[in-house]
Design a protein around this ligand. Structure first.
Ligand SMILES: Cc1ncc(COP(=O)(O)O)c(C=O)c1O
Length: 395
């Protein structure tokens, strides 16, 4: 056995949980995706999706994806730089720049590769990158690819951020990178304070709006818009895999930043461009966001209802201010067990364990869509309460 094989043959953690019958990953959906899905031949209420607007099975978006496939084909067989640019890629970039409120935007094939490709091109040797310690894995990977000095501060602790800024050479570029909505905890970055510190220390701010677009701001323009800080935030990225019912991602900024990234971001120039179907779907979803504000209203109505009920029932839900509701378990085995018990009761939730959270902060993540009904939420909360009590997570 080779050394690598020998090392990897010892990785048996997944098998251990499989043997216990609580392995929670790669569960298959074999129906269309909405608030109710079919898994293992039975109906399950879906509270694990990031499709906040509930648009994943919208007929208009499906039609747009089919029409684009018929017109352009199934793939682009090249990167944006060379042969992979379609007129609909350019259309989407223009519409996104206008929607987000920046000069220009670039579209990538996934949101992950926006962070991975853009961040390392913004800072280099002699510069600094400063991240919240709960930033998304794609930001962490982007940070790891830079030659800049890498600094981190305790989640949302603005005094800790200021201390990191004080460590930096005043004349060096200092890039602060944060999620606008933290994807597991559902709380918001303290953008007003981050912007105050940006101005005090002459820093640059990059905000990941993966979970902000659709949910916050005017017609879903995101958390930067919600705080009225779009102009102060230098770089905004987002993804199509959540509210925009597709796959892909974007970065929006001023003309000079975009001109630099267009010719240097490696995942933009060396990665095949996004499919016609994914691009057309995102365009259609964006149009729906702009013209159907009632979806955002519905999402907030059902979110506020669920938040109130979870609190009344005694769940520990942390500081969430969004449709992402963390139900803290604080024990990895119980997190898997409660995920399985809820699934058996017909409720799909996602387990969150390290490295997606700190070891003492394991949780199950309950996420809402605009299309969830009060009855579905009531059913899920009743079942979850039963499971949490059985495992003595709630006494
Ligand atoms: C905060 C954040 N940023 C970036 C990404 C990557 O986006 P995508 O999955 O669309 O590639 C995600 C995905 O989960 C995310 O939660």
């Amino acid at each position: 056995m080779g050394l690598l094989q020998e090392k990897l043959s010892k990785f048996r953690l997944p098998q251990m949980y499989m043997e216990k019958g609580v392995y929670p990953y790669f569960r298959e959906i074999d129906s269309h995706q909405d608030t109710e899905v079919i898994m293992d031949g039975k109906k399950v209420l879906m509270f694990g999706s990031n499709s906040y607007m509930g648009l994943t099975y919208d007929q208009r978006i499906i039609d747009a994806a089919i029409a684009a496939t018929r017109k352009y084909g199934t793939g682009c067989a090249g990167s944006r730089l060379l042969n992979g640019t379609l007129d609909i890629h350019v259309q989407l970039e223009k519409e996104l720049a206008e929607f987000i409120g920046k000069d220009e935007a670039l579209c990538f094939s996934t949101g992950f590769t926006v962070n991975e490709g853009v961040i390392p091109q913004l800072v280099g040797r002699g510069d600094y990158i400063i991240c919240d310690d709960r930033d998304h894995a794609s930001i962490v990977d982007g940070r790891r690819l830079t030659f800049a000095t890498q600094l981190k501060y305790k989640h949302n602790d603005m005094e800790a951020l200021e201390k990191e800024l004080q460590k930096c050479e005043p004349d060096a570029i200092k890039l602060i990178v944060v999620d606008s909505v933290f994807s597991m905890e559902g709380d918001l970055a303290n953008l007003p304070e981050i912007i105050r510190l940006k101005k005090k220390y002459n820093a640059t701010v990059y905000v990941d709006e993966a979970h902000g677009v659709g949910v916050f701001g005017r017609n879903g323009r995101g958390v930067c818009d919600h705080f009225g800080l779009t102009d102060e935030v230098d770089i905004i990225m987002g993804t199509f895999s959540k509210s925009l019912a597709s796959i892909g991602g974007f970065v929006a900024a001023d003309k000079d930043i975009i001109n630099w990234l267009r010719h240097n971001a490696r995942s933009y120039i060396f990665q095949a461009s996004s499919t016609p179907a994914a691009t057309a779907a995102a365009i259609e979803a964006l149009h729906i966001l702009k013209t159907e504000p009632e979806r955002q209203e519905k999402l907030w109505k059902i979110t506020n209802y669920a938040l109130k009920r979870f609190r009344e029932c005694g769940f520990e839900i942390g500081d969430t201010e969004s449709p992402i509701i963390p139900l803290y378990v604080r024990d990895t085995d119980k997190t898997f067990l409660v995920t399985k018990m809820a699934f058996d009761e017909g409720v799909f939730i996602n387990p969150v364990i390290p490295p997606a959270c700190a070891p003492q902060d394991t949780l199950v993540r309950f996420a809402l869509m605009a299309t969830h009904t009060k009855e579905q939420v009531d059913y899920a909360i009743d079942k979850l309460l039963k499971c949490f009590k059985e495992l003595e997570i709630i006494k």
